[in-house]
Design a protein around this ligand. Structure first.
Ligand code: PLP
Length: 409
């Protein structure tokens, strides 16, 4: 396997040029120049509404269509119309959950997990008012959800399983294909929160065989925006709010009002950035999707090195690390590590690192139930360092030596 082109990667991101260390990427990643240029170009040349008969408006329609094709390739959708654009992931979770709540029928049970971001729990809990019954799928002490544990939770009453592809707090990855196999055998659907996993590996909705999947573009190197993928037949069957003149078909029925077109143009460019990275690794990639898979697989391989180095640095600092720590299970995690240093509050660790130009985050990571399961008070929680493919082993080394300084002080 060729070396990961880290120098080329870092050169693509203007925000990385001043030496600041970004280890808070699970809250949003930096954008490459290609993305920034696409946003600026959109605002400069076609900052107008869609659907007009003049050139600039038609260019907006074309830009959105191009972005739909790119994002469809990113997740391996069967059809571009399976992709909808919007403000963020949470609003799509809410939109789909309301539609599911209005069509519960005899299947009234919804399975949610305590590994998830609260967004993908709260939107489903809100359906209890509609008569839904919530069934909890708990992660095991190894910090992972095990699909076989679903067997005793699924029943002919299950409407949907709502679960995360990877934990935004502790990085554990879930085998969605296994979840879908079991859920579909019980006649239930699967709703996947891919927000955290998005920048870390290959997304393939056909292989996952899920029914809905949401992402935040701003975690995948675009500006702030979100997108939804859904099976066309499932989306078209859902009752959604729309004005009378909006067709009852995807994507129009899911894209309510005006959204941030320039950021959608940025998302298109983020996909092209990943594609170009893939082509730099394998110039013979036979298609856009093949180039994307080359890049996301290379990212996974490189990020495993980052995870190993981070675990080593944290072990030297005698930190308690939550979730997957054993070497052979590194492929089951992203380089997102929650930890605590003995006798030092998470807030103090974060402040000290910030003072040295290194960003991490402390608190419950919007997963307070997960924090409670780990025996942590959600108010203080843990420190989270979340890396992506533009971070380096040298930055990890710096992080390790700063932790040693904090412990000494
Ligand atoms: C796993 C996960 N789900 C959902 C969200 C919410 O996403 P958004 O801010 O796009 O609504 C986040 C944000 O950090 C997340 O990490």
């Amino acid at each position: 396997m060729p070396d990961f082109p880290i120098t080329r990667v870092r050169a693509a991101f203007p925000a990385l040029q001043d030496g600041y260390v970004f280890f808070d990427n699970a809250a949003g990643a930096q954008s490459p120049a290609l993305v920034l240029d696409a946003v600026a170009d959109h605002l400069l040349h076609r900052n107008v509404q869609r659907g007009g008969r003049y050139r600039q408006s038609q260019e907006v329609d074309e830009a959105i269509a191009r972005a739909r094709t790119s994002v469809a390739l990113l997740v391996n959708a069967r059809h571009d119309n399976e992709i909808s654009f919007g403000m963020n992931a949470t609003s799509f979770m809410r939109l789909i959950s309301i539609a599911i709540g209005q069509s519960l029928g005899a299947r009234r049970e919804i399975i949610v997990t305590d590994l998830d971001h609260e967004a993908n729990i709260a939107v489903w809990l809100a359906l209890e008012r509609e008569g839904a019954k919530i069934v909890w799928w708990h992660f095991r002490d190894d910090g992972r959800l095990h699909p076989e544990d679903l067997e005793k939770l699924l029943s002919p009453r299950t409407r949907i399983v709502a679960c995360t592809l990877a934990s935004n707090a502790i990085g554990s990855i879930l085998d969605i294909a296994e979840v879908s196999k079991r859920a579909h055998a019980a006649g239930a659907e699967v709703f996947v929160d891919a927000v955290h996993f998005g920048p870390h590996g290959t997304m393939d909705v056909q292989e996952f065989d899920c029914d809905y999947l949401v992402c935040s573009g701003y975690k995948i190197f675009s500006p702030h925006m979100g997108f939804l993928w859904g099976r066309l037949e499932s989306l078209n069957a859902l009752p959604t709010f729309r004005e009378e003149f909006v067709p009852d078909t995807a994507p129009a029925k899911l894209e309510i009002g005006t959204y941030i077109y320039e950021n959608v143009a940025g998302m298109d460019a983020a996909v092209r950035y990943l594609e170009e990275l893939g082509r730099s690794i394998n110039p013979a990639a036979a298609s856009r999707r093949a180039a994307l898979v080359t890049s996301t697989e290379a990212i996974r391989g490189y990020e495993a090195q980052l995870s190993r180095a981070m675990l080593q640095a944290l072990s030297h600092a005698q930190a308690t690390v939550y979730g997957i720590v054993d070497d052979q299970n590194i492929p089951l995690r992203t380089p997102t590590l929650c930890f605590n240093l003995p006798g030092i509050s998470p807030a103090r660790v974060t402040e000290q690192l910030a003072a040295q130009n290194l960003s991490v985050r402390d608190g419950h990571m919007y997963s307070p139930r997960l924090m409670k399961r780990l025996g942590l008070a959600p108010e203080s929680g843990a420190v989270r360092a979340s890396l992506v493919h533009y971070n380096t082993l040298e930055e990890v080394e710096r992080f390790g030596s700063l932790l040693a300084d904090i412990k000494r002080a």
